[in-house]
Ligand binder design. Structure first.
Ligand SMILES: Cc1cc2nc3c(=O)[nH]c(=O)nc-3n(C[C@H](O)[C@H](O)[C@H](O)COP(=O)(O)O)c2cc1C
Length: 156
């Protein structure tokens, strides 16, 4: 059983709905998952999760939504090193935006990498051009992420 904090960035609710479905699936799999309301690095780190699952859309031109931006900026300025943390990123975007496709999720993943956290699976992109509902795509990706989490947390 792992403790997992879901970190969500959403403008219109799509990423939030995906995060809720992931939380239910994680709970059903016997993990302790919660959607974090942390706005600062300190409060998120104090949740003492084994893993963070970032679920965020992109707004503007490759930017993070306002619901997750304060946390991102706080992590960037406090810069806590997180070598024991595992993470995954589920990035919602729209490929018609070209170069900035899923830029928000990519920025968050890049920052976590710089903080020394370990990415369990390559970032998942969910393209609004292809999927009206992103939840099935995320739920299909989740088991592999969980397998990696289990393997990494049982390693000595
Ligand atoms: C004003 C606006 C700007 C957007 N900019 C981008 C972008 O730069 N890159 C991208 O991949 N998607 C972009 N999107 C698409 C959204 O990220 C996508 O529709 C996502 O599924 C919305 O999720 P949400 O409901 O959680 O906000 C933009 C959407 C809007 C409305």
């Amino acid at each position: 059983m792992a403790k997992i904090s879901l970190v969500v960035g959403s403008v219109y609710g799509g990423a939030e709905a995906v995060a809720q479905q992931l939380q239910s699936a994680l709970d059903q799999a016997g993990h302790q998952a919660s959607i974090s309301d942390a706005q600062t690095a300190t409060s998120l780190v104090s949740e003492a999760a084994d893993a963070w699952l970032v679920v965020t859309s992109t707004t503007g031109s490759g930017d993070l939504p306002d619901t997750i931006l304060p946390l991102f900026l706080s992590l960037q300025s406090e810069f806590p090193m997180l070598p024991d943390l595992k993470y995954g990123v589920v990035a919602l975007g729209d490929s018609s935006y070209g170069d900035t496709f899923c830029g928000g999720g990519r920025q968050f993943g890049q920052l976590l990498e710089e903080l020394g956290a370990k990415e369990l699976c390559p970032l998942l992109t969910i393209d609004a051009c292809e999927h009206f509902d992103g939840a099935p795509v995320a739920l299909e990706w989740l088991p592999n992420w969980l397998t990696q989490l289990q393997q990494q947390t049982t390693k000595v």
